[in-house]
Write a protein that binds this ligand. Structure first.
Ligand SMILES: Nc1ncnc2c1ncn2[C@@H]1O[C@H](COP(=O)(O)OP(=O)(O)O)[C@@H](O)[C@H]1O
Ligand SMILES: Cc1ncc(C[n+]2csc(CCOP(=O)(O)OP(=O)(O)O)c2C)c(N)n1
Ligand SMILES: [Mg+2]
Ligand SMILES: [Mg+2]
Ligand SMILES: [Mg+2]
Length: 320
């Protein structure tokens, strides 16, 4: 495809973006009308939204359009499964500069479509407008299939804390890219394209998870929200976290303790959940800590009993 999105025009662009979009059985009416119609078998709808902005969430010299698409969708779909729900549909608001190559927009859409496919959802609508910074605003919907939502507020003293998915890989990749390098590839790829363990969300609900969240900002920060919402203290055991040798090498090379990436690095979208101590967890869940009563203390996350004194994760108004 030749030209810019400006040359294609609003409706030419929409035609290109929506051509051949796959449907799923949940989609009664897809893009093309004033609104889409999505089945909600449960009769409750799980809904979540996240905005990604060029320069803040991604850089065009670090990630392809396809990568940005995969990541934007993943970030939202991970929030759906973190409730214990199955993703059904995704809506996409796009702000694009007029001089952006049309292929960039189409490849972004390819990435969004493919990530939706991985999670079982479909793109059902969106919006496009012109603006200075590329902005991808996504709303994802999901279905609980009769289950109770797994909230942030259900952790109880005596529960275990378990994680599944990657931790620290995206942050290590970000550290590499920030210093002008493009390798080790596995970490750079993890930053470009997170792989949330989608199936594990609804599975955790079935395993009796009492609370759950995805790790978008950093494990300590995101678990901090669980601790606060549940009115508990959460203690992590440092030795239960695996720091891969290659991650340790990067840490050595750039002068960062790699445990910092594991405990406070965001964007891998691992799932962290609390479970009753007697829950039978499959091997892909690693127990990394426990839930403790407040006993007059603060609702916070500690590591080996000690308050984590570095930032627990990303904060858009505090982190540069
Ligand atoms: N501008 C807003 N208006 C209303 N609710 C918001 C707004 N921004 C964030 N929230 C809500 O605050 C909570 C925390 O947001 P956030 O940290 O972005 O969650 P997540 O990391 O799961 O995306 C979410 O329930 C989100 O819906
Ligand atoms: C260019 C660039 N700089 C910095 C980062 C790091 N970063 C940006 S947003 C973010 C945290 C997650 O994003 P957020 O918008 O907070 O998602 P949410 O928590 O709402 O799911 C991180 C670690 C990045 N991905 N790209
Ligand atoms: Mg958010
Ligand atoms: Mg989340
Ligand atoms: Mg965040």
């Amino acid at each position: 495809m030749k030209g810019t999105v400006g040359e294609l025009g609003e409706f030419g662009l929409i035609r290109e973006l929506t051509a051949g979009l796959p449907r799923t059985s949940a989609v009664e009416l897809g893009p093309g009308d004033d609104a889409a119609v999505v089945a909600a078998p449960d009769q409750r709808v799980v809904a979540t939204t996240d905005v990604l902005v060029e320069g803040r969430h991604f850089r065009r010299d670090w990630s392809t359009a396809y990568d940005v698409g995969r990541k934007s969708a993943a970030q939202n779909l991970a929030d759906v499964v973190a409730m214990g729900a199955v993703p059904t549909a995704l809506l996409l608001g796009l702000v694009l500069p007029a001089d952006l190559p049309a292929t960039w927009a189409v490849e972004l859409m390819d990435g969004i479509r493919d990530e939706c496919h991985v999670a079982g959802a479909a793109v059902v609508g969106g919006d496009v407008t012109r603006g200075d910074a590329i902005t991808v605003a996504i709303t994802a919907l999901g279905d609980l299939a009769g289950a109770a939502p797994v909230t942030r507020s259900g952790a109880r003293p005596g529960d275990v804390v378990a994680v599944t998915g990657w931790l620290g890989w995206s942050a290590a990749g970000h550290a590499v890219l920030s210093r002008g390098f493009r390798s080790p590839r596995a970490f750079v790829e993890a930053h470009r394209r997170p792989e949330p363990p989608y199936h594990a969300g609804p599975a955790a609900a079935k395993l009796g998870a009492t609370a759950m969240t995805d790790v978008s900002d950093g494990l300590v920060a995101d678990l901090g929200h669980v601790a606060e919402a549940s009115g508990v203290r959460i203690d992590l055991r440092g030795a239960d976290f695996d720091v891969p040798a290659q991650m340790a090498d990067i840490g050595q090379a750039v002068g960062v303790d790699p445990l910092r990436w594991v405990l406070s690095g965001g964007e891998d979208h691992a799932l962290v959940a609390t479970f009753p101590a007697d829950a039978k967890l499959p091997a892909r869940w690693r127990v990394v800590g426990e839930v403790l009563a407040l006993a007059g203390g603060r609702a916070e996350v500690t590591v080996d009993g000690v308050r984590w004194d570095a930032p627990g994760g990303w904060d858009h108004f505090a982190t540069e």
